[in-house]
Design a protein around this ligand. Sequence first.
Ligand SMILES: [Zn+2]
Length: 218
Amino acid sequence: MTINHHLDDATILAYAAGTLDPAISIVVASHIAWCPECRAEVRRAERLGGELVDGLDGELVSENCRERTFASLGTAALHRLPVKTAHPGREELPYPLQRLLGPRGLEALNWKKKVPGISIADIPVSGGKSVLKVMSLAPGIAMPVHGHRGEEITMILKGAYSDEMGRFARGDVADLDEDVEHKPVVEQGETCICLIAEEAPARFKSIFARLLQPYFGI
Ligand SMILES: [Zn+2]
């Protein structure tokens, strides 16, 4: 697996600091499980965070604050940095996602066909304001042009698509800004499965609505 599209620095820092929503953390942890480059970046961010707190003048930061910061850094390092890349025998999914879904993996989910060639399944995640889902896109399908109205991060689990920003294949992440508009086209020959976390959207702005917009004119 060659990974060409990585997490951006702000996402790495927020992940290391433990401030991301659980749904977004799962996508980030899944990429990190497969990507040694981003794993090293998270370690560096955690080390830097520790040194910064260490170097702070005692008068500028209360003991209580220092302890809390160390505690959260410790938790971040303990729970968030995946040590395994995949569950033995289930290499098709990154370990953090496999752990969340259980032994049946993606088959355990309630898949809903939205339009021909596009199925979506919600993945329940407790806490936070973001939602997590997987989308299955048939080979050759072209998605309508759409923007992203909040923070959204996508990881490709299987297959590949191309858009204005390049080719995204297994392991790659699209860490999209709000103002990016794109029109992904799935490659021929293989179904593309993407793991997506997005900030809890208003009903209208959800990925479903965006997908359905051109078909229903909403
Ligand atoms: Zn990476």
